[in-house]
Design a protein around this ligand. Structure first.
Ligand code: DAH
Length: 340
């Protein structure tokens, strides 16, 4: 019996060495120590032993059981730790991995200009609003004092959708919407697309962009208009830029002016780009809101006055970035766009 127990001990300890997972280990435990296991089987025959031998063999059997149990416990602990480590390894997220492989785009130069213009005017207390590109003929022309026979209403100049709707020819109808919806006082700007029946060349496009501005309040004067636009132009193009207000006619402002700015190239010295005048022509149109336009929108023109201005964003973008062909802004050629 002693030999048998020794054999079981040897076998059990040897087989544990080859174990590589917890299930196998449990099977092994059952095989040697379980109710029907090898060790239990031997102990069942204890009755056949003499009373003297019984406690001795019993002691040996207990020691062997303990030894096997301890070995199994040690191996179990190792296997559990290994499984944990493997799981962690498998679920590891490498937060250092590079995500820069994708090529990111960037703002289109036109949108950058719009952002910049909006930021500038917002810093002066203007609110940014938007208006629809499909506009009523009433808002685009009538409410802005453009009479039935005004040339800009001509079929050859304007994209009509039907008798009552046009692709807006300027952003000025947003003035009408703003005054009707918000009333006085107000201070808004609005940028967006505008459309005219123009042949494409390096400075013309049937679709282009404008920024409209409008201030209505008590005691608003031409001095406020000039001061606001001068600050704006100096902020945008540099403190050394001069402005020049030339009388002009717009149906919805009275008086009206066109604004010239120092030549962007020579900054006023005179060069080929400005025909040696020192001036960049017609950067924007502006004026005091015509009293009739205020009345058209339900604003009391005895109490309130206002000024308005409108500028071409494409033109500003072109002089800002030195772009010499407006078509480049709309062709979406990556070789061009990637330069910005
Ligand atoms: N809407 C005019 C145009 O497209 C530009 C303009 C002129 C806007 C004078 C104004 C303004 O607000 O006061 O030519």
């Amino acid at each position: 019996m002693r030999e048998k127990l020794g054999e079981i001990r040897r076998l059990a300890l040897e087989s544990t060495d080859a174990i590589s997972d917890l299930r196998e280990l449990e099977n092994l435990r059952i095989k040697f120590l379980g109710k029907k296991g090898e060790l239990t089987k031997v102990l069942r025959d204890m009755g056949k032993l003499s009373p003297d031998e019984r406690p001795i063999i019993g002691g040996i059997a207990n020691d062997i059981r303990k030894e096997i149990e301890e070995k199994i416990a040690t191996i179990k602990e190792t296997l559990v730790q290994e499984a944990k480590r493997a799981k962690l390894e498998k679920e590891k997220i490498d937060i250092t991995i590079s995500t820069n492989n994708e090529k990111l785009g960037h703002r289109h130069p036109l949108l950058s200009t719009i952002d910049e213009l909006e930021d500038l005017f917002m810093s002066m207390g203007f609110t940014v609003i938007s208006g629809p590109e499909i506009e009523t003929v009433a808002n685009n022309f009538d409410a802005l004092n453009s009479p039935e026979n005004h040339p800009s209403r001509d079929l050859s100049d304007t994209f009509y959708l039907n008798e009552d709707l046009v692709l807006r020819t300027h952003t000025s109808p947003v003035q009408i919407r703003a005054m009707k919806e918000m009333g006085a006082p107000l201070r808004i700007i609005s940028a967006g697309r505008t459309f005219r029946f123009d042949d494409v060349d390096d400075t013309h496009s049937p679709m282009f962009h404008q920024l409209e501005g409008l201030v209505v309040d008590e005691n608003v004067s031409m001095a406020n208009l000039i001061h606001t636009l001068d600050i704006f132009i100096k902020e945008l193009f540099g403190k050394d830029m001069k402005t020049r207000y030339r009388p002009h006619h717009f149906p919805f402002t009275e008086p009206s002016a066109e604004v010239d700015v120092s030549c962007f190239k020579c900054r006023g010295e005179g060069c080929q780009a400005c025909n040696y005048t020192g001036w960049s022509m017609e950067l924007l149109g502006c004026g005091m809101v015509h009293p009739q336009v205020l009345e058209n929108c339900g604003i009391d023109s005895e109490k309130y006055t206002g000024f308005a201005f409108g500028m071409g964003i494409d033109r500003i973008t072109m002089v800002k970035y030195g772009i010499n062909d407006i078509r480049l802004l709309f062709e979406n050629d990556n070789r061009f766009l990637e330069q910005f």
